[in-house]
Design a protein around this ligand. Structure first.
Ligand SMILES: Nc1ncnc2c1ncn2[C@@H]1O[C@H](COP(=O)(O)OP(=O)(O)OP(=O)(O)O)[C@@H](O)[C@H]1O
Ligand SMILES: [Mg+2]
Length: 381
């Protein structure tokens, strides 16, 4: 492998969204050249990547021709053409996370089966092919139906609470999961390099906006016991090791009302629940992602200061060229860090950026986030 400091070293990224943008911000610090492939003409990476190819990362030929002159290929979204990635691996391109890992993650059915076969705690499930099978596996009290593939940001997931809701069941290959009685949603980000070195970040507490079905507020370290913190991190570390994965893995977890930790799902890339590590931790998730896929030593994941993150979503009722109301006011406050993703157009609930705040404890974090929420709004002119 060419060393990252060789002047013609090329890191290719499938996807050119906000995760890629923050990865590039770190790559610039280490003088690593990053090339992105994304279908959108105004992708967040377009103006800051060393090279930008406009094209479909789901298309076999496009991925083959984009990947063939790269030294290392990675992803910022898992919905990519993995047939091409398998072939590029065979041709000697280093693909991290490996194509087989992306295959596993793209299929929620395969993911759940992996947990079951390898003894990882996760809610019980059955695989179904269509709506009538889904209805047959309904249980009193409710179930969760998830499309096996193609879902993202909560689309492709629905709770079937009662008999009346069964009409809405997806008519597609999906899984029917037991409804977890959720106390908290947690996340652990963990990385592994080629040598097998593994490091996890402190556990993140995630709060959902039910209406938008998106994580809206999260903070770390999570308010859980030391024993649970240890259990969650060890679970994530064991998972990435058994997967044999190289790269960064976000492990979404449920803590149920009985105190059990269950794996919900995984994402083999930087994740929304790790944005706060840019300011809050010695190594950010983006630095760690680069370190893991470029065969470097992993960085120190420990917390510098407690952090909370707020997604900046497009306000309801505004659609068009974006305008950030109150940006200057928000930035006046100590420990407030605003990240705008460079998307030109807003629409209701579109992820346009995020804000990280640093503080001494949850109360301070919450009140700072509330202040930011009051003044900073994503609108259109
Ligand atoms: N078995 C379950 N029991 C209860 N709630 C669940 C269950 N599975 C999922 N949920 C709820 O639905 C949310 C979305 O589910 P999941 O993470 O599987 O979907 P997703 O489409 O990949 O979402 P995202 O991209 O936002 O992570 C979860 O964060 C959780 O709030
Ligand atoms: Mg999820």
């Amino acid at each position: 492998m060419k060393a990252v400091y060789d002047k013609d070293f090329k890191l290719g990224v499938l996807g050119g969204g906000q995760l890629g943008r923050m990865l590039i911000q770190q790559a610039i610090n280490w003088d690593i050249s990053v090339y992105c492939l994304d279908p959108s003409a105004d992708a967040p990476c377009k103006e800051i990547a060393n090279g930008f190819t406009q094209g479909d990362f789901n298309d076999y030929d496009t991925v083959m021709s984009f990947g063939k002159d790269k030294d290392v290929l990675t992803i910022e979204i898992e919905h990519v053409n993995t047939k091409a990635l398998h072939e590029l691996e065979d041709e000697g391109v280093l693909v991290y996370p490996q194509a087989k890992i992306i295959d596993l993650v793209k299929d929620k059915g395969a993911q759940k089966s992996f947990y079951k076969e390898h003894g990882f705690p996760s809610s019980d499930f059955v695989l179904v092919e269509n709506k009538s099978e889904a209805i047959r596996h309904f249980k009193k009290g409710g179930v969760v139906q998830k499309l096996r593939s193609g879902g993202y940001d909560g689309r492709g997931v629905q709770v079937l609470r009662n008999e009346a809701s069964l009409n809405e069941a997806f008519d597609a290959p999906s899984l029917i999961e037991d409804l977890v009685d959720i106390e908290k949603e947690l996340s652990v980000i963990v990385a592994r390099n080629k040598k097998g070195e593994v490091k996890s970040f402190p556990v993140v507490d995630m709060e959902f906006n039910a209406e938008a079905n998106l994580v809206e507020f999260l903070y770390a370290p999570a308010s859980i016991s030391l024993a649970l913190e240890k259990e969650a991190r060890e679970l994530a570390e064991r998972l990435i090791t058994e997967l044999g994965m190289v790269g960064l893995l976000a492990v979404e977890l449920f803590l149920d009302k009985k105190g059990n930790i269950l794996i919900n799902e995984i994402a083999p890339r930087p994740h929304n629940s790790g944005h706060h590590t840019i300011e809050g931790n010695y190594s950010s998730q983006y630095a760690q992602h680069l370190r893991s896929i470029l065969s470097m030593h992993l960085g120190d994941t420990e917390t510098i200061k407690a952090a909370a993150m707020l997604n900046l979503l497009g306000e309801k009722g505004y659609e068009g060229p974006v305008f950030y109301e109150g940006l200057d006011q928000a930035l006046e406050k100590q420990g407030v860090f605003v990240h705008l993703y460079g998307k030109k157009m807003t629409k209701p609930y579109r992820k346009m950026g995020h804000v990280t705040v640093l503080g001494e404890g949850l109360e301070e974090l919450r009140s700072k986030i509330d202040e930011v929420k009051k003044v900073l709004k994503v609108k259109s002119k």
